[in-house]
Design a protein around this ligand. Structure first.
Ligand SMILES: C[S@@+](CC[C@H](N)C(=O)[O-])C[C@H]1O[C@@H](n2cnc3c(N)ncnc32)[C@H](O)[C@@H]1O
Length: 252
């Protein structure tokens, strides 16, 4: 992620910090799924050290702390507001770009939910994580696939995240270094009363960090007409989520 994009993403998430937690119900489900996949995959109850990247308001952080005993946990985010998340779970806070900040050493767990789609090279991030883990360490990461917000792409929005990739790319990134315990993707379609409702949802969840668009009355009307034309249903207009995930273990 280059610096200007990181700045925009940071500002967007900082602005939405207060509304994010309740609005991000899909991200909450994804965090649940990641922790369940770790448990079902035989993750140990205790990790001596852990690092979570892009913790935000703590959907994953809280679930990790409820489910596992993590001796020394550090959580990271671009947005300084996320220091509150660290305080609420008694973790250390590392503010900055997950791609460039120095990570703690000797990590037993590296986790991240719904963040890697903001990186230009999610595979390089996963490789760095695989290298940073001690033998026997665990990796649990989710992102989003190419169908994420497909409706917005169709109607020409620039809000698309740069690092959308299919789950097979996540597995390929750690191939040869880690044993994949669980890897996959799913699709879930949510509905809103109107295209304006979609825009409000995006604002509340901070995902419009790359949209430089300034709406005018006519561009908003055109966006709404096209959205309803292509994606209007009897339940309202649709918005597609395409979460992807990988849980992997570094051989001991
Ligand atoms: C969609 S939220 C996910 C938050 C939380 N992990 C969850 O599951 O709800 C994405 C978070 O990643 C952070 N983020 C985006 N790009 C980042 C980067 N390059 N380094 C660190 N954090 C980043 C944002 O500030 C935001 O808090």
């Amino acid at each position: 992620m280059n610096a200007p994009i990181a700045d925009r993403v940071q500002r967007s998430f900082s602005r939405s910090f207060r509304s994010y937690h309740d609005a991000a119900s899909q991200q909450a489900k994804i965090a649940d799924h990641l922790v369940q996949a770790m448990r079902k995959g035989g993750a140990p109850h205790r990790f001596a050290t852990g690092l979570e990247l892009g913790c935000g308001t703590g959907h994953l952080s809280q679930r990790l702390c409820r489910t596992f005993d993590i001796g020394q946990l550090t959580v990271n985010d671009l947005s300084p507001e996320a220091a509150e998340t660290a305080i609420s779970i008694g973790a250390g806070f590392l503010c900055g770009n997950a791609e460039t900040v120095e990570w703690p050493f000797q990590l037993n767990l590296i986790a991240s939910a719904s963040m890697i789609q903001w990186l230009h090279d999610p595979a390089a991030f996963l490789q760095r994580a695989a290298n940073a883990l001690v033998p026997g360490g665990w990796l649990a990461v989710s992102g989003f696939g190419p169908n994420q917000y497909r409706e917005l792409v169709k109607v020409g929005s620039t809000a698309k995240a740069p690092g959308l990739c299919p789950s097979r790319d996540l597995a390929a990134a750690v191939e040869g270094q880690m044993e994949v315990v669980s890897c996959g993707e799913s699709t879930s379609v949510v509905h809103f009363d109107s295209p304006r409702g979609v825009l409000k949802h995006l604002r509340r969840t901070g995902v419009n960090g790359r949209a430089q668009k300034v709406w005018t009355k006519s561009s908003l009307a055109q966006f709404s007409d096209q959205y309803v034309w292509h994606f209007g249903t009897e339940f309202g207009v649709s918005l597609t989520y395409n979460p992807t995930w990988i849980v992997a273990r570094k051989p001991g």
